[in-house]
Write a protein that binds this ligand. Structure first.
Ligand code: NAD
Length: 328
């Protein structure tokens, strides 16, 4: 069986090659994203594998159906980038990796908070430049602060546990409270209460029509002056121009993001010798109190191993005609 792996990155290839060793699958790696044009490359492939920024639209699915692809294997948990109805109509099975390491993403959210608060990124550069001055590096104790968490599923729950370990009060908002979080002492609140009380707000819910621009101008206005906003979930949860306005007015105290609404055209690529035309992204990188990473929260050895193993297991289950729990 042949699988065309779109958006393949150098760092993940060895993990995929290792996972599929000794199986009947032949993997071919394709660096480019899946688009209506690159979908034509899937001629002769039974399955394709895609990642977060591959837009699996109805137009793409039409081409995939034409060239005979039967399965779309997502190497990620979120599937907001897939037109599931079109896939179903095209007779294609879609599988995903529902959880590969909640620790990887939750720990990255914590790394962002610590770096933003204690200015580690600035201190690193200063010291390398022989500048040992402390001006501008003032932070605050996390101990005793109130952390608000939106979405307490697998990643949000790990994040809550870590923040409880720092001695923070953790408040959460979710459509379905998590018993493990309640046992940790996490208290559930309405969204309005959470926004008003959190010193740090961290987003861990999926991007759906209900959560699109959850953090908009009105939500930002309800946040505590000087609070931090952290997003390691999906860029579309935040209305970027509204966040830029809140940073300019100094109502928002800091922003740390690993995801960006329009990231698909930029993230995972080295564009250091190119002019980046996205004014919002470029504006964000000019604020002293904004930290942006390029969708790397998942990037740990453990997560890449689990993604590769789960993708292999999903494809093998479908090929054997067995029910697959990870089928969407
Ligand atoms: P999960 O499904 O285990 O948890 C999501 C939680 O969000 C659930 O508890 C759900 O009830 C809650 N939720 C859904 N709609 C909500 C709403 N309207 N308001 C409040 N809560 C709501 O998912 P997870 O594995 O914890 O992943 C969370 C998100 O993290 C994913 O959807 C994905 O977008 C993102 N993610 C990012 C990276 C990265 O590298 N940056 C990696 C993996 C996942």
């Amino acid at each position: 069986m042949n699988v065309l792996v779109y958006s393949s990155r150098k760092d993940e290839k060895p993990f995929l090659q290792h996972a599929f060793e000794g199986t009947s699958y032949r993997l071919q790696f394709e660096d480019s994203h899946l688009t209506p044009r690159t979908a034509r490359l899937a001629v002769g492939f039974d399955a394709i594998s895609v990642f977060v920024n591959d837009r699996v639209s109805a137009a793409v699915i039409e081409v995939l159906a034409e060239v005979g692809v039967k399965t779309i294997a997502l190497r990620c948990a979120g599937y907001n980038n897939v037109d599931l109805a079109a896939a179903k109509a095209g007779g294609m099975a879609v599988v995903r990796v529902p959880a590969y390491s909640p620790y990887a993403v939750a720990e990255h959210a914590v790394a962002l908070i610590l770096s933003l608060n204690r200015h580690i990124h600035k201190a690193y550069n200063r010291v390398r430049d022989g500048n040992f001055a402390l001006d501008g590096l003032l932070g605050f104790d996390l101990h005793g602060k109130t952390v608000g968490v939106i979405g307490t599923g697998s990643i949000g729950a790990v994040f809550c546990r870590i923040m409880r370990g720092f001695g923070c009060q953790v408040l959460a908002h979710d459509v379905a409270p998590n018993a493990d979080c309640l046992a940790l002492g996490v208290e559930y609140r309405t969204l309005g209460e959470l926004l008003a009380q959190a010193d740090i707000l961290s987003l861990h819910c999926p991007l759906t029509p209900a959560t699109h621009h959850l953090i908009d101008q009105a939500a930002l206005a309800q946040m505590k002056p000087g609070a931090f906003l952290v997003n390691t979930s999906r860029g579309g949860l935040i209305d970027t121009p509204a966040v830029i306005a809140a940073l300019k007015s100094e109502h928002l105290g800091g922003l740390a993001i690993d995801v960006y609404e329009e990231e698909a055209d930029f993230f995972f690529e080295d564009l250091s010798d190119r002019v980046i035309a996205d004014d919002d992204l470029m504006r964000l990188t000019t604020f002293p109190n904004v930290l942006v990473t390029g969708h790397q929260a998942f990037l740990t050895r453990e997560a890449l191993t689990n993604i590769a193993d789960c993708t292999r297991d999903n494809l093998e289950q479908l090929a054997r005609g067995e029910p697959c729990n990870n089928q969407l």
